[in-house]
Design a protein around this ligand. Sequence first.
Ligand code: NHO
Length: 361
Amino acid sequence: ANTTPIFIAVIGAGGVGKCFLSQLRDLTIRRPSPKLTVCYIATSRKALYNDDYSAINVDGAINALANSSKTPPSLPDLVTYLAKAPGKAIIVDNTSSQDVADAYPTALKAGVSVVTPNKKAFSGSYKLWQDIFQAAAASGAKVYHESSVGAGLPVISTLKDLVETGDEITKIEGVFSGTMSFLFNSFAPVSGCGGKWSGEVKKAKELGYTEPDPRDDLNGLDVARKLTILARLAGLPVESPTSFPVESLIPKELESCSSGDEFLEKLPLFDHQMDEKKASVGNKVLRFVGSIDVATKSVKVGLQSFEPSHPIAALKGSDNIISFYTKRYGSNALIVQGAGAGGDVTAMGVTADLIKVVAQI
Ligand code: NHO
């Protein structure tokens, strides 16, 4: 067996990061591996690491972080630290930071692998996407990002398997946002009248479904990012998540709110706008969907109305549904469905990716 030590650096210990650390601790108890060492854990303000790469106790890491007097080094310094480790290294990026995402090419070039639920790197500029995969190909370092779409659901791995085995993707469509799924399933349920829009948005935030700032879900950008990632994997060189039509559900008047909290406070004043949209579709129900048509190279994100009997209308909770239409699968889609947001299911995708990378490096 390969006994080369592997050093793990965890960046970000918020909703997803905490769940990931707890899964990592359970993993090392279930499958003790002398070769895995967590040598770095950081939030945006604090860091835990030892210059000699000795292990950090994952169990008490959150408390130790709060009490740590160390601040995180710059990203280039972190990459240098990891590249000099006496073994292979993996960065687990549990932040939503563009700066961390921008550092992936440097890390990968230096032979440091990356595992992440952060969508920013894969849905930013097409150049960053190319830089990431070229750097990985050149050094042999791995980059896995299953939870960047559909949390722990096997969406990216399924799409990669379809493409790599020679199937042809014709269309991908579905509900890609756990937050939007939850919001519309409770605001416009198939039966009953549903709650107030602003109240449901607050609830989604409290349940940990939303992005750190809920406006990143409501403006459609979160779904646009996910579609950008899937379209690129399906072979379309989509330039950015703003290069196709995306419908925003943020009232015009609230576009300039300076914080997510201010936005949530003022949202109740605009509940009537969503009530009007809901009433305008009669017996059908509103859902927020995304689609990629590979032949026509068209990607779009927004509201659509569905018959109550449609599988998209019948989704529950914060579930996602993703249908892959391909040459092999014919007119019956390959469908992936289940919980699409939340700390534990998102962290599961990250932990599973980490296990895959550890097995390959
Ligand atoms: P938090 O709770 O804000 O935590 C972020 C952590 O990163 C904090 O500890 C912060 O200090 C640290 N941090 C930020 N910048 C840093 C920097 N430069 N250096 C060091 N540390 C830094 O965020 P979450 O909720 O834990 O999310 C973490 C990542 O997972 C984000 O990239 C998010 O997009 C991604 N993610 C989350 C979810 C989810 O359910 N929470 C999902 C997927 C990916 O499938 C989920 C999803 O798509 C949710 C979506 N809103 C939906 O479908 O409704």
